[in-house]
Design a protein around this ligand. Structure first.
Ligand SMILES: *Cc1c(COP(=O)(O)O)cnc(C)c1O
Length: 359
């Protein structure tokens, strides 16, 4: 289906060629001919995997969560392998890498992924470069094409966590990455009602290694979750279109709000990631972050919002606002708020935010 645009592929890929239009939820641990689900997969997982694989231009493997996919990607690394990872990025990924380094399983260099030269000089002797772009929570943009080229020249494989971008806004395998992972819990599922992960590989060998790791780690998805994630994927294009249009409006208005000291959104022409995002992505996404004068003011915004919901996670139809207080100061400013923009009317969202900022 490669001649079709990704929006069309998201609607049609992974459908059975006969019988029901939507692949059914198959609740089975074993099959007469296929074998055992943990090892061989199931038709419900495969439908989701086929759809994501068609969008990524690779072979996809579904996992029980984003972290299950991430752990499975790291699993085959030999003891002592050098990994270049994110200084700013998803907390649990950074934690997993740091724990493995502390236990002597990996040698870890944590680098600001938006600093291409620093990342590439750290790649000397590395087995793996772990990229997250856009980054959580600062929505920083990595220079993916140059990073892939440089890392490969240094002999390192490249894995990209592209959760914030979704398969529609960024195609890391095309830009040179070896594996791309998503927390499908977020935009792909899109309704805050499931946990799921997916990893897609450029080569069948890497996909086989991911499938093997899924089976041995037992990191398997649930059938209902895979079904719901595929249903979510069908509407991803329209949800993203709405979310990122509203994110652009909110970012622009926040940037000129007297109670806001900084805005992080690659769609703003003044944002340091703007040029890169315009070059490497098909849109600026529905995630933004901003800073207030101090932590007290940031906490107050979370308490006062009524249309936005103060809750963790992202990528659902409802707009979420979250304090990123758990980040150490070198990673994120103290008074940082992150917004995942959903599908509400943008003027309702703005009135709510403006009122919450005014106190
Ligand atoms: C949520 C998230 C994950 C982890 O995914 P889960 O589905 O919660 O396990 C990984 N990376 C990023 C960028 C995320 O936002």
């Amino acid at each position: 289906m490669s001649e079709l645009s990704p929006e069309t592929v998201a609607v049609h890929a992974g459908r059975p060629s006969e019988g029901p239009l939507s692949p059914p939820v198959v609740l089975a641990s074993n099959y007469r001919t296929y074998g055992y689900t943990r090892e061989e997969g199931s038709p419900t997982w495969e439908a989701f995997e086929a759809a994501v694989g068609a969008l990524e231009g690779g072979e996809s493997v579904a996992f029980g969560s984003g972290m299950a996919a991430i752990a499975a990607v790291l699993e085959p690394l030999p003891v002592g392998a050098r990994v270049v990872g994110p200084a700013v990025g998803y907390t649990v990924t950074r934690g997993l890498l740091a724990e493995r380094a502390a236990a002597g399983r990996l040698e870890l260099a944590s680098i600001d992924l938006t600093d291409t030269d620093a990342v590439l000089s750290a790649c000397e002797g590395a087995a793996l470069l772990w990229v997250e772009t856009p980054t959580n929570p600062l929505v920083g943009i990595a220079e993916l094409d140059r990073l892939c080229e440089g890392a490969h020249a240094a002999g390192a494989a490249v894995v990209v966590d592209a959760t914030f971008a979704t398969p529609l806004l960024q195609r890391p395998l095309e830009l040179g990455a070896d594996v791309v992972v998503h927390s499908a819990t977020k935009f792909i599922g899109g309704h805050s009602d499931l946990l799921l992960g997916v990893a897609s590989a450029k080569t069948p060998e890497r996909a086989a290694a991911l499938r093997h790791a899924r089976g041995t780690l037992g990191a398997t998805p649930g059938a209902l979750e895979a079904f719901l994630a595929l249903r979510g994927l069908r509407t991803l294009a329209v949800r993203l279109e709405r979310g990122q249009a509203s994110a652009a409006v909110l970012a622009e208005r926040l940037a000129s709000h007297p109670a806001v000291s900084a805005v992080y959104y690659p769609g703003l022409p003044s944002d340091p990631g703007h040029e890169r995002a315009a070059r490497l992505m098909n849109g600026f996404g529905a995630m933004l972050a901003f800073e207030t004068a101090d932590a007290t003011a940031a906490d107050a915004v979370c308490e006062r919002v009524r249309v936005l919901t103060h809750a963790t996670s992202l990528g659902g139809v409802e707009t979420l606002i979250e304090r990123r207080a758990r980040y150490p100061e070198e990673v994120a400013p103290e008074a940082l708020l992150r917004i995942s923009v959903g599908l509400e009317d943008v003027e309702d969202l703005w009135r709510d935010l403006d009122r919450a900022l005014a106190g």
